[in-house]
Design a protein around this ligand. Structure first.
Ligand code: FAD
Length: 344
């Protein structure tokens, strides 16, 4: 039995050793990259340094070679390029085939994708096909001394942070939401190697067809990219009071966000929700008004540069992550700040 165990361990060690490299999937739509891909390059470069391997980009699309060069400027030293007409629009099946072709041939140790609609879809499909684990929506990534990826994410409704490892399978796969990882510095003119790969795909075998693309013409508010956010929670008491937050946001050149309670109550649209089931934000200033600071809200905003909390309950957990805390009635404090700013 001991011999059998030793043989199993040796086989596992041999399998693990066959996989090398940290890969980042460069998400793009019509050649336009998703910013989260570059954010992942930052954390990917750190992981690659820690385990002494190379950082590579996976670029799949049509007319997307420029994204390889862009990936080099964010730290990749190699890019696997699959540039074919069949990849013009994202569809699960061809992208899945492309990724699995690359994985089979080059055996990456770690694959990171953005937790976007595309990344979530593709990562799940790839992990299923190559029979490995996938940790979705990670908020922290690092490696242990055995090259295992420690993938940290909120669990049980955000009540605990779980660290998940996939120590007996390769590649190790994780998705990370946009704005969770800091954007790395761009190194103008950095170069790397482009590895071109092709696969034969028969259009008739692909079940999904793109018939028409209807662009979203609604001018939405991008809270995820905003530098100043004034957010309101249940303490606002009703939708009409969000106008007061809008006035403050206008003075700052920012936008209005909301807690889930405010969104569930129908006071604000869902695209303004900050938190675990909303958006992750990293503004320069986040002003939380009448928000208690439940963990599910905090995971979406705690990496803001400055957090200002206004709450009449001095025990509210939001004060634990606040840079500045104001204990008092928001209906007095918010208009006072707005009028002070107007006088500047
Ligand atoms: P409350 O917790 O009710 O807090 C209201 C606060 O307003 C209180 O602290 C009160 O003291 C203060 N207040 C009241 N009146 C005034 C006043 N006049 N002046 C000053 N302060 C005042 N929540 C999110 O926000 N985002 C998410 O993405 C999210 N995802 C979730 C996912 C799951 C799986 C679960 C289970 C929950 C999730 N939640 C999320 C809900 C979260 O647990 C909390 O219920 C929610 O964040 C509370 O919203 P709130 O702070 O606005 O309301």
């Amino acid at each position: 039995a001991v011999e059998e165990e030793d043989a199993e361990e040796a086989a596992l060690a041999q399998m693990l050793a066959a996989y090398r490299g940290v890969w980042v999937f460069v998400e793009q739509t019509e050649g336009e990259p998703a910013k989260v891909s570059w954010e992942l390059m930052g954390v990917g470069a750190q992981l690659a340094r820690d385990i002494g391997t190379e950082l590579c980009a996976i670029v799949i699309g049509h007319g997307v070679e420029h994204l390889c060069r862009e990936a080099f400027s964010y730290g990749a030293t190699k890019a696997y390029l699959m540039d074919q007409d069949v990849f013009r629009f994202y569809r699960t099946e061809p992208y899945l085939d492309a990724c699995c072709h690359l994985i089979d041939k080059y055996k990456p140790e770690i694959i990171l994708m953005g937790a976007t609609g595309m990344g979530r879809d593709l990562a799940g499909a790839v992990a299923t096909r190559v029979k490995t684990g996938l940790t979705a929506d990670c908020t922290g990534l690092d490696v242990d001394d055995k090259r295992n990826l420690r993938q940290t994410r909120p669990a049980f409704g955000g009540n605990i942070m779980a660290t998940i490892m996939c120590d007996k399978f390769r590649p190790q796969m994780a998705t990370v939401r946009p704005h969770v990882m800091p954007m790395p510095e761009r190194m103008e003119g950095a170069t790397g190697a482009i590895v071109r790969e092709q696969i034969t795909l028969n259009e008739a075998d692909i079940l999904t067809k793109v018939i028409e693309i209807i662009r979203d013409t609604k001018v939405g508010v991008d809270i995820a990219g905003a530098e100043f956010i004034v957010s309101g929670g249940r303490g606002l008491m009703g939708p009409e009071n969000f106008a007061m937050l809008q006035e403050l946001a206008d003075e700052l050149g920012g936008v209005v966000g909301a807690s889930r309670s405010a969104v569930d109550a129908g006071w604000m649209p869902h695209d303004r929700q900050v938190g675990q089931t909303g958006k992750t934000v990293r503004p320069k200033i986040y002003i939380a008004c009448g928000i208690s600071g439940a963990i599910q809200h905090l995971v979406g905003m705690q990496d803001s540069d400055v957090v200002i909390a206004i709450n009449r309950d001095k025990e509210a957990p939001i004060f634990q992550v606040a840079t500045y805390g104001i204990v008092g009635d928001l209906f007095k404090i918010v208009p006072a700040i707005t009028s002070q700013l107007r006088e500047l």
